[in-house]
Design a protein around this ligand. Structure first.
Ligand SMILES: [Zn+2]
Length: 247
């Protein structure tokens, strides 16, 4: 899997088939495709079968889905069985969220634990949602001995970045970095060895239509903010992705 660009966190299953084809035709990108639930996990695997060189599938139950699906614990176990059957070594989007869905946090913790068991078992890469729970999730994944984790669209506390670095974890930078001050601060201070780039598409963020097609421009914005060359950012992303995604 060698592509010029890497989208480290994208809900590819939400795009229409023709949009996926057009994205992959117009940009040399490898897409780390996360799932939200069992149905999207199945679609993500189907897309992977169609584009095996362009997609790395991740299976999971999104913290926002925990309160939406029936029997989330059973569904999480079913997703884990599917991952095991298909030899999937990427889990996501999973994690904990006290900022947008605090009402389901207890159930979220139970669901997350099911995915952590699997990830620890197979040494999986984890694509993590950590809104409001950065420290808690960090403590959990380190305690579980996980070696590969992405704190996607990181806007958490600055002091935690050094701990993430020591543990070998990465953060993926979202195109929102163009306008989101909190994310800009992170991007300016984070060590280069921790940077991946993502779209989190398809999603609307303050007028930004998030899609993998924004990855090249996001690299440009990161380079500008850090006063480094685009080549340096591209090389770092390739190196970091090779390390944590084993691609
Ligand atoms: Zn996401």
């Amino acid at each position: 899997m060698k592509a010029r660009y890497i989208d480290a966190h994208c809900h590819l299953h939400e795009f229409k088939d023709e949009d996926i084809r057009s994205i992959l035709e117009s940009l040399d990108v490898l897409i780390v495709a996360v799932s939200d639930d069992l149905e999207s996990a199945r679609r993500t695997l189907n897309l992977y079968r169609e584009y095996p060189d362009r997609i790395k599938p991740c299976l999971g139950l999104h913290p926002w889905s925990v309160g939406e699906v029936e029997a989330p614990l059973e569904q999480a176990r079913e997703i884990v069985r599917l991952a095991a059957r298909e030899g999937v070594d990427c889990i996501g989007e999973v994690g904990l969220d006290t900022r947008f869905v605090p009402q389901t946090i207890d159930k979220q913790r139970e669901v997350f634990s099911i995915f952590l068991d699997y990830a620890a078992d197979v040494d999986a890469f984890m694509n993590l949602h950590t809104a409001g729970t950065w420290e808690e999730v960090y403590n959990i994944v380190t305690q579980r001995g996980l070696k590969r984790a992405n704190f996607h669209w990181y806007t958490g506390p600055h002091h935690l970045l050094e701990k993430l670095r020591e543990s070998g974890y990465v953060i993926s930078v979202n195109p929102a970095v163009k306008i989101q001050k909190k994310h800009q601060e992170i991007v300016k201070m984070v060590p280069l060895e921790m940077i991946l780039v993502e779209s989190d598409g398809p999603y609307q963020y303050r007028g930004l239509n998030l899609t993998p097609l924004l990855i090249p421009d996001t690299i440009r914005v990161i380079a500008e903010l850090r006063r480094e060359s685009e080549e340096a950012i591209m090389e770092a992303v390739q190196r970091n992705a090779a390390r944590v995604l084993r691609i």
